[in-house]
Design a protein around this ligand. Structure first.
Ligand code: AP5
Length: 212
């Protein structure tokens, strides 16, 4: 199954993608994670993306489209995938169509902007493996230490309050129109984000048709 996870920054796309990719045994492709990894490794693409990301702006379409085209060509995508954070603009969605990629379902996780602010301010990510936690809603076993690899947990630079406001503005202007784009294709399923992560997972699994 080829899935897209849509939603505002911090709506829980990454958290839910992690659950669904385990349930369906398909990979999650997060453009945000790929760009952060490139930045960490100091690649040309990472350096080009840095100023946009730090300011809470979307990275130019041609960069992310190139990333996705390369990633979807890999063998592990043959039986399906979850796109987490792509497409983020209508031109990106059109590029996906031009690549001949058929999307089965688009899951939109709907969360109010005020709740988002609270979620992202408490998010901590592992500086080594990128695993994501929340100080209140999804704490690591030992404070500040990653459960998976023992790496140090840090706050993402773009999770600072001013940058979150800019990211939400970009979302409403450029990404939200994708809901109508996929609604018109009969592929959109909206899920109301819940206070508990597990409750949202239940609704997301139902929406993808993978509930037990
Ligand atoms: P990206 O990394 O994709 O960030 P984002 O979309 O802004 O999404 P987030 O990772 O912030 O949130 P999420 O929805 O995955 O939430 P999460 O599950 O972590 O992109 C970063 C940047 O890269 C962009 O700003 C842009 O510059 C660039 N970029 C990436 N893709 C691009 C593209 N296609 N085009 C152009 N530019 C692109 O949850 C958030 C927190 O809340 C976590 O701490 C989690 O534990 C907690 N939480 C989750 N669910 C719940 C719940 N139900 N209750 C309580 N807490 C919860």
């Amino acid at each position: 199954m080829n899935l897209i996870f849509l939603g505002a920054p911090g709506a829980g796309k990454g958290t839910q993608a992690e659950q669904v990719c385990n349930a369906l045994n398909i990979p999650t492709i997060s453009t945000g994670n790929i760009i952060r990894e490139a930045l960490k490794n100091g690649t040309e693409m990472g350096l080009k993306a840095k100023s946009f990301m730090d300011a809470g702006a979307l990275v130019p379409d041609e960069i992310v489209i190139g990333i996705i085209q390369e990633r979807l060509a890999k063998d592990d995508c043959k039986n399906g995938f979850i796109l987490d954070g792509f497409p983020r603009t209508i031109p990106q969605a059109e590029a996906l169509d031009r690549m001949g990629i058929v999307i089965d379902r688009v899951i939109d996780i709907d969360v109010a902007d005020e709740v988002i602010a609270q979620r992202v301010s408490g998010r901590r990510v592992c500086s080594e493996c990128g695993n994501s936690y929340h100080v209140e809603f999804r704490p690591s076993k030992v404070e500040g230490v990653c459960d998976a690899c023992g790496g140090t947990l840090v706050q993402r630079k773009d999770d600072q309050p001013e940058t979150v406001v800019a990211r939400l503005k970009e979302y409403h202007e450029k990404t939200e129109p994708l809901k109508a784009f996929y609604e018109a294709q009969g592929k959109l399923k909206s899920v109301q984000g819940q206070a508990e992560i597990a409750d949202t997972t239940k609704l997301v699994l139902e929406a993808v048709g993978a509930a037990e």
